[in-house]
Design a protein around this ligand. Structure first.
Ligand code: AVJ
Length: 335
């Protein structure tokens, strides 16, 4: 008998690791009370496709607002960023559609930079690299498939070039205000004095408008959430019956967030092979899937102050639904 050795390449090792992490997070999340699953697992290839559809929905105003802001203010943004060479690092780049507006302008006015898109979804990064190579053959790009944390590590090793960090589309909204504070301070730690960050915040507004954005008439957002259960079925050998869970999303005035859930429609037990475990659900028992926090301008000012940044400019859309806030890292206090 010959023994067959399977050679693990770094890529496989990473994939196996992230599969393990997913399994562990699902185990922890479904063992909690109330049950919860992390929204970062929305973004497999399927989920990423569904999120692209969400961005095109008439109800999901966030994307068009940020497009409007970039179209109207790209010249101002480019000027404030300044002309010395920099890394343009994007956390949670996704399909990079909005960023393309900025990149095109930056190249047009002769800024010299390397674009570093970072995303948790490998297919998203690959598609983005291909699209950008096609549109901007001269652009230097270095894609990274990873969570935000690894992105910060990458940044802290960049000691020579200036960094401009993009954190767009209200991605920061998935953090609570205190988590956002911790994250932005970690980002500050990874950056150098004078580096810039451009952060997209979705603002507090008419609650009907918010509610509609997360309860679209085509049911795409519901599918996007249910895909998380489908992913558990696919990757961890679960047997979730998707017809027996219903998507629910509502605004919580106290937390200032749209809070989303998948709600069990009956008493049921779900087995997950890879975890060697089953989980029982009561009728109407919720699984928390996502919180999307909304901001006041005063929250943003406070957040920047608390975490070591100076606000350079606030770019609003014409309806004041959304703001892209340009900050500069301050490390040395003038005495
Ligand atoms: C990608 C986190 C900004 O919270 O608005 C869209 C994800 N969830 N519809 C958001 C999402 C439901 C989105 N972010």
């Amino acid at each position: 008998m010959t023994v067959q050795y399977k050679v693990l390449k770094p890529h496989d090792v990473q994939a196996a690791q992230s599969h393990q992490e997913f399994a562990l997070d699902v185990l922890l999340g479904l063992s909690k009370s109330p049950k919860a699953l992390s929204c970062k697992y929305f973004y497999d290839a399927e989920g990423n496709g569904l999120f692209q559809k969400i961005m095109e929905l008439p109800e999901y105003y966030l994307t068009e607002c940020e497009f409007e802001i970039f179209r109207d203010h790209r010249a101002g943004i480019a000027e404030l960023i300044g002309s010395s060479r920099f890394n343009l690092v994007e956390l949670g780049a996704g399909d990079g559609q909005k960023t393309r507006v900025l990149i095109e302008h930056f190249l047009g006015v002769g800024l010299v930079f390397r674009y570093v898109p970072i995303d948790i979804c490998e297919e998203a990064v690959e598609e983005l690299l291909q699209a950008l190579e096609h549109y901007f053959p001269a652009l230097q790009i270095e894609g990274l498939v990873s969570e935000y944390f690894v992105g910060l590590k990458w940044l802290s090793n960049q000691v020579r070039d200036r960094n401009v960090v993009l954190f767009l589309g209200s991605n920061i909204g998935n953090f609570s205000h205190s988590e956002a504070r911790v994250f932005l301070y970690s980002l500050w730690n990874a950056l150098n004095d004078g580096d810039c960050v451009l952060i997209g915040f979705d603002l507090k507004k008419d609650i009907r408008k918010l509610t509609m954005a997360y309860n679209d008439s085509q049911g795409i957002t519901a599918e996007f959430n249910l895909n998380l259960l489908r992913r558990i079925n696919r990757e961890l050998g679960g047997n979730f019956d998707l017809d027996q869970f219903k998507y629910y999303s509502a605004y919580n005035v106290y937390s200032g967030a749209m809070e989303s859930f998948l709600i069990s429609l009956k008493q049921q037990t779900v087995c997950i092979d890879m975890l060697n475990q089953s989980f029982s659900f009561d009728p109407w028992e919720p699984i928390h899937t996502e919180s999307s926090h909304k901001y006041l301008t005063s929250d943003i000012i406070e957040l920047a102050e608390e975490t070591g940044y100076e606000i350079t400019e606030q770019y609003y859309d014409s309806r004041r639904y959304f703001v892209d806030s340009l900050w500069q890292v301050r490390k040395s206090k003038a005495t």
